[in-house]
Write a protein that binds this ligand. Structure first.
Ligand code: ADP
Length: 314
């Protein structure tokens, strides 16, 4: 940002330069500028143009500085988050190794403690991946690592996630129902950690916006011939019709959600949408205010034969 002094000096210089150009133009006594009061008008017009030019220059300079500072901030956040994630991942591996190598010597309580610590580390790694992706999105450098995965791996991830949220559901009087029907021999190109972030985000939102009514959440994953489909349905506060088209925008929170829950970032769905698009899938929802919301995410599938064919081509 330009300092006030710098702004004032630039405006004065711009004005003076404009006045000088006006006086100089008058000194040529050009026939087209002849006439009563013309010299005053010319000086006035060139002075105003000089002032306008100085305003434009100052604004352009401020924008350039702001853009540069934002880029430095985003790169720094990305770098720190990356370092954090690497450190956490190695700590997680170290705990895993201790658990495997010394399992005989550990008391059940100690083993449980280490498992909990590892669970928290994995969760923090996921959050840092998400944080890193958000800053990468800002600088247009989101990279996700898609790998051909059989759907039984998705099923395994689904059970882990459901287990994680079951306890919270019971505590909060929420009926959480999970149902998974996947053809295990099918494959999809998936970044499992990001897909898990999407699933967890949709379930967490369903928890957050469940309201005070009947409190039911259904999570279903299934597939047809073309797609794997994740559906998270809740009986919560819903999304106001007028605000539906803004729900995937960065930082957007619907008015009823802000009222129901003071905290929230409006960044979760925005990132989920980018993740699913990177899987060449779709993310959509249906909702009625006061009745509930259903989110649908799809990820395209290939049969094993198709995948092999695809892999031969690259
Ligand atoms: P946050 O939950 O932190 O506000 P999100 O990006 O996850 O941010 O969601 C954006 C907005 O979408 C929420 O603020 C809320 O208005 C709306 N929303 C998302 N999921 C639901 C849901 N299951 N029920 C009602 N509103 C929802």
């Amino acid at each position: 940002m330009s300092s006030i002094l710098e702004r004032i000096v630039t405006y004065i210089l711009g004005g003076l330069l404009g006045t000088a150009i006006g006086v100089l133009t008058n000194s040529f006594k050009l026939p087209i500028f002849e006439g009563e009061g013309m010299s005053v008008i010319i000086v006035a017009v060139t002075t105003i143009l000089g002032l306008l030019a100085s305003i434009i220059i100052i604004e352009a300079k401020s924008q350039a500085v702001l853009k540069h500072n934002n880029a430095i901030r985003d790169e720094t956040v990305a770098l720190i988050t990356h370092e954090m994630r690497t450190a956490l991942t190695s700590t997680g591996w170290a705990i895993d190794m201790v658990l495997k190598k010394y399992s005989q010597n550990l008391t059940p309580d100690d083993a449980e403690l280490l498992k909990d610590a590892n669970g928290s580390i994995k969760q923090t790694v996921m959050h840092s991946v998400n944080l890193l992706d958000i800053s990468m999105l800002d600088i247009g450098k989101l990279h996700i690592s898609l790998q051909w995965t059989t759907l039984d791996k998705v099923e395994q991830m689904f059970h882990e996630v459901m287990e994680k949220y079951n306890l919270g559901a019971t505590k909060n009087g929420i009926k959480l129902v999970g149902d998974i029907k996947l053809d295990h021999d099918r494959k999809a190109e998936v970044d499992m950690m990001r897909l898990r972030i999407v699933l967890e985000n949709l379930i967490e939102n369903a928890f957050q916006y469940i309201g005070t009514g009947k409190k039911e959440i259904d999570v279903t994953i299934s597939n047809d011939n073309k797609n794997m489909k994740i559906v998270v349905k809740d009986s919560g506060i819903g999304i106001p019709a007028k605000e539906k088209d803004k729900i995937f925008s960065e930082f957007y929170r619907a008015s009823n959600a802000r009222k129901a829950l003071g905290s929230g970032s409006g960044i979760g769905l925005y990132t989920c949408c980018k993740y699913i698009k990177a899987h060449r899938g779709t993310l959509a929802f249906e909702s009625k205010e006061g009745e509930g919301t259903t989110f649908f995410a799809t990820v395209p599938l290939n049969t094993v034969a198709d995948v092999d064919g695809f892999l031969k081509k690259i």
